[in-house]
Every structure is written in structure tokens, then in C-alpha cells.
Design a protein. Sequence first.
Lengths: 276, 131
Amino acid sequence: MKILKIVIVLLFGSILIYCTLDFPPWGDPRAPASLHVSPRYIEHTMEETSVPNIVTAVLADYRGYDTMFETIVIFTAAIACIFLLRVLRRREPERLMYRHIPTGLTLRIERGFGPPPDSKDFERIDLMWVPYDLIIKTGSRLIVPCSQIFALYVIAHGHHSPGGGFQGGVILGASIILFAISTNLRSSFTRMSEKLAVLLCGLGVFIYAGTGALCIFLGSNYLDYSALSLVLGVDTVTARSHGILMVETGVGISVMAVMVLLYYNLASAGRHDEGL
Amino acid sequence: MNELISFVISKLNYWVYIALMMIGLYAMIAKNNLVKKIIGMNILQTAVILFFISIGAKTDATIPIIMHGHAGERHAVHAADFINPLPHVLMLTAIVVAVATLGVALALVIKLYQQYQTLEEDEILDQLRNE
């Protein structure tokens, strides 16, 4: 049976390799993919949108519908993950694990007998034993704010350098996931609760779709940012650049919240009590 | 000999992606563990993404960010000087879809594990037949 599968894979691969004989060589400037629509984008993006980064301009302006529904796809993924996994009525475990911080002792305490919740000497740890990790906690404390500032730079500077909403949003989400990994899931809920993440997830899509709707109210087509010049007080070309920044911000917020929500639900199997 | 080398170099990128794609396809059809199947799907998606990115390459061209200066200083822009931005745009969104499908697939796998206490496909099928 295994032989059959290998034969299928090899057959399919050799057909594909045979097809590559008709493909243009690597880096050919006259390849068909580079001849039809992309020269139009490269030569006119600067005068039409005043955005030097062509990828950003095509992503958020020329192909604005595509990107909007892309944002809705990841929004749907987060919602699907919540519906599949989230356990709303969970049983509290019989025993809880605490660490006595001054001595480093690990205590297993029956439910109802734990230390006071505002105690500074005890911290709750997961049932699977978590080692005391000073180096990891301190290291992530240094890395998290730097990566967040870098993420904001990537979103805001996406017009002039490689970057944009998707990339910056992923870096923002990764910084929060790093915080959750280096401490535990409960302490990351104090910084970014599930409610806030769901709210931001919808808010990002709302900013994107709202920018498009605003263009309709200003008497233009959906997602035609040049109409924003009436509100922003700039010429139509610069208005398109600002419109791109607005939707990129929405994308960044949404992507960040989706990454965090996916992590929360996958790491704790939807119970949101213990996990990495 | 020289012709053969230049031919191999001009097609090598496609062959690498086909090799990656076949690794992913093999993992999807031959592996028994569901997580391995999902990782195979992810490898296949990565191969497609790399294939599209390589289509956009042009020799002697730079990244698709136009040089610009202050005070309206503009140069004429030639399409041959910049690599094709379209595959980059398409793959930027494809990466995000890959992450979304990976997340939903892993959520489904967690649900399956809670139901059947296993991730091996044949054991799940056995349990389904015996019900």
C-alpha cells in the first residue's frame, strides 16, 4: 500500500517536472506573468496613490476587495475556532498547584483551601509542573515591548518599506503569545482578555469595511479612497495613501486579535484555565 | 555541458518547489497521524507560496518599492527595474489563509482527540465502524 502511494507521488511529481520544460527560465523579465498587468501597477502606482511600496498599494487599494475578504476569512477562522473548542461551563479541578515564591516549594492544595487570592507569597501554577524560569521571564520582558514597537513601525511604515497590516499584526500577536508562553495563560488574560481580543477582532474588520462605507457616503464607490479627500482636506492622490493606512490599521488589529485568539483556544483546548 | 548547467539553473527553482510539494502531498496521503497530515498540507501550501514568489523574480531588478525624494522629485519608472509585485500581494494573503486553515484544522483535531482519545486515522475509523 505504501509503495502505491510513493508511486502516485513520484508519478505526479514527474508530470509536474515535465511541465516545467515549458516554463520561462528563472528571473526572465519577459515571462508572461510579468508582462500583462504588473507593468501598469509599477508605472502608475506612484502617481495614482503616492505610495512608494507597490505591494502595499496593490494590496489595499487596487485589490481592496480581495484584502477585505481576506480579513474576513481570518475573522471567520477565529470565530470557528471559538465555536469548535470553547468550553463555557468548565469544572474546576479538584486540586490546584501553588508555588511558594520565597522558598520555591510547590504545594498541591485541595479546592477551597487555597491561599488568599491577593497573596504575594503564592502564585498558582499549572497542574503539569512548571519550572521556575527567571531567565525566560526576564528575557521575554525585554523582548516583548521591543517587538511590539517594531510591529507598530511595520504597520505605520508599510507605505515606504516592506511591511503592512498583515505582517505587523502577526508580530504584535506573536509578542502577546510570547508573553503567554513565558509566563502562563492566566497572566496573559490579565493583559489581554478574551473579550478584548474578540472585540478587537471584530473592530479591525469594522475599520476596514467602515472605511469603504465612508467612501460611499462621500459620494464615491466602495473602497475608492480618493473620496476621503473631502474629509481629510488633502488632494485625492494623498487621500488614497491615507485611506490605505486606515485599512492597514484595521487589518493589523484584526490579525493580531486572531493570532491571540487562535493561540488561547488551541493551547488550552478551549478551557482557558491552564496551558502554556 | 555549459548549456546543460544553464538549463538546470534556469529551472532549478521549479524543481525545488515540486520536491517540497511532493513531500507535502506524500505526508497528506500516506501518513496515518492527523497532525502529520496537517503539517503536510502546510508544507504543500508553502511550496505553492514559494513557487508564486519565484515567478515574480526578474534579473537585474530590485524590490517593488519606488525610490522617491522630497519636494515632488520624481523619476520615470520602468517596469523592468522592479520585480513583479503581484505574486507578492497574492501570496501575502495566501500566507494568512494558510494560518487560518492551520488554526481551524488544529481545532478540529483537538475536538477529534477529545472524542476518540487518538489521532491515528485507522484507529478512529475502527471506532467509527464498531459503534
